[in-house]
Design a protein around this ligand. Structure first.
Ligand code: IPE
Ligand code: IPE
Ligand code: MG
Length: 259
């Protein structure tokens, strides 16, 4: 075996076999702050630095889609001070980050029930989406006030309405059509889903889209997560055999066409 120990983690990544879409459940901000004897909001505040670093890392590698779970439908039930602190942080961060997004050719998208967001946050978001809409590099998808069951519920309602209006035939409802009615209709399914903080659950995130994603769990708390941790996750992903229900032999003899 040649000695590859001099190579950085980034150099070890096979650029030809990158996941197109990576989704991350950014968890552990509260525990990170608690460990330091600080308020939970301090954790969220520091989590922004991780977002910056990971977005930059993904863009540098040439990842096409990065979805970040930032606030779930269920998170609205947290103490009011935490919810309003998070909303303020959101508005503030978006306002400050737009020039950097543009500089790095990153296009912002949002998935979730944005009607629940405070008006100012919604306006800031819409402005940032418009101002970055012609960028052609990384698609950064923020899941805000998002939950998968909300998304599926909304999609089913819209399908039913279109059938009722006569613009859609029930026989035309298939997996591709359902996918198009989801908030992620324009994006490919994630091949890799990362969750930080040592929790092993999906927490209502992209239930339909993650059907065949590789799942990667790390004990690192989100405010400690950096590019290097992203590289580790990608390397782990590249070491896996994705079988899509077939046998290992079928994959190795190239009998199936890769998705
Ligand atoms: C993730 O960190 C951020 C949000 C859910 C908004 P948490 O706030 O869930 O942190 P823990 O899980 O309590 O440590
Ligand atoms: C999931 O984290 C949601 C986000 C990271 C935004 P939570 O911390 O809310 O998840 P649970 O409730 O512990 O599963
Ligand atoms: Mg949590």
């Amino acid at each position: 075996m040649p000695d590859y120990s001099f190579m950085s983690l980034k150099d070890k990544i096979d650029i030809q076999r990158l996941p197109k879409h990576i989704a991350i459940i950014m968890d552990g901000n509260g525990r990170w702050a608690k460990e330091k004897g600080e308020d939970r909001l301090f954790g969220h505040f520091n989590g922004v630095e991780s977002v910056r670093d990971v977005v930059e890392g993904a863009a540098e590698l040439g990842i096409q889609y990065l979805t970040l779970y930032a606030f779930s439908t269920e998170n609205w039930d947290r103490p009011a001070y935490e919810v309003s602190g998070l909303m303020e942080l959101l508005v503030d961060t978006i306002r400050k980050e737009v020039p950097t997004l543009n500089k790095n050719n990153i296009r912002l998208h949002v998935i979730g029930d944005t009607s629940m967001l405070p008006e100012q946050a919604r306006n800031e978001l819409n402005e940032a989406i418009t101002e970055t809409s012609t960028n052609t590099g990384l698609n950064l998808i923020m899941a805000l006030s998002y939950s998968s069951r909300w998304e599926i519920n909304t999609a089913v309602k819209r399908i039913a309405e279109d059938v009722k209006a006569g613009t859609l035939q029930p026989a035309a409802v298939n997996q591709e059509l359902i996918q198009q009615y989801l908030c992620t209709g324009k994006f490919p399914d994630p091949e890799l889903m990362i969750r930080t903080s040592g929790e092993y659950r999906i927490s209502n995130f992209l239930l339909y889209q993650l059907a065949y994603a590789e799942l990667y769990f790390t004990n690192t708390l989100w405010p400690d997560f950096r590019k290097e941790n992203l590289y580790e996750a990608i390397l782990d992903y590249q070491g896996r055999e994705r079988r899509f229900g077939k046998t290992s032999e079928q994959i190795q003899t190239g009998e199936i066409t890769k998705k």
